[in-house]
Design a protein around this ligand. Structure first.
Ligand SMILES: [Mg+2]
Length: 234
């Protein structure tokens, strides 16, 4: 029998050409943005803390933020063809995002792509009593690093018997990617794959992803960078 396969895909900088969470933070975050960003880049704070801290310096007007994201969003070439390819091959497409996330459905809807997405795991950004707040409904119970435990989504699919093709671009994709049966990496994620000596498929746009063959299901527990069913980051 043909190996069942699923795609797990990051959103910002992967499906869209730009990282909309970073761009919204830079645009609205004022002078605090670079301070928080530098702490994140030095790995002094995890992405979960980055989101919460930067949110405090952004306007709590979600309509304004959403309109900016819609205005800036450019879908990476080939995504529509890739979705048709995945559907034809009965491979579910799962989005896993560790950004602000509120703009994902509106952007996909605007481009007529939302119906072809099987599932979206994302953070929840909302207007709270103290301004803009971020909830992490898909975080690991104890691990402090990711707001959205992408590795858990990959592992759950594998436990259902699906091999996973992980597609991403950023450093916080490294945990989910490390469980992938094939890793499609670009930008910072590709650098990390080289550092970790992970085999990966370099990609530029979604036409490259269509060319990637179907993987076998592998046990990645020894080489993965975290253990979502255990204590999280190793
Ligand atoms: Mg990204």
């Amino acid at each position: 029998m043909d190996q069942k396969t699923a795609y797990v895909i990051d959103f910002d900088g992967t499906i869209t050409t730009r990282d909309l969470s970073s761009e919204l933070a830079a645009y609205f975050g004022g002078s605090e943005y670079m301070k928080i960003e530098n702490e994140y880049r030095r790995r002094n704070i995890p992405i979960k803390t980055w989101l919460r801290r930067i949110a405090r310096h952004m306007p709590d007007d979600l309509e304004l933020l959403n309109n900016k994201a819609l205005q800036w969003a450019v879908i990476r070439p080939g995504f529509e063809y890739f979705l048709d390819h995945a559907q034809k091959n009965e491979c579910p497409v799962i989005i896993a995002s560790d950004g602000f996330g509120f703009y994902i459905e509106p952007i996909l809807e605007e481009h007529g792509l939302l119906k072809q997405i099987s599932r979206i795991y994302r953070n929840e950004t909302f207007k709270g009593t103290d301004g803009l707040e971020v909830n992490n409904p898909h975080a690991h119970k104890t691990c402090a690093v990711c707001g959205n435990c992408k590795a858990a989504h990959v592992v759950n699919l594998k436990e259902e018997g699906r091999a996973v093709i992980y597609i991403g671009d950023g450093s916080n994709d490294r945990f989910g990617a490390s469980w992938g049966d094939i890793i499609c990496a670009r930008d910072r994620l590709a650098e990390i794959c080289r550092e970790q000596k992970f085999n990966y498929s370099q990609w530029i746009d979604f036409y490259d992803i269509i060319k990637v063959g179907k993987p076998d299901l592998h046990d990645r527990s020894l080489v993965s960078l975290c253990c979502p069913m255990g204590d999280g980051v190793k």
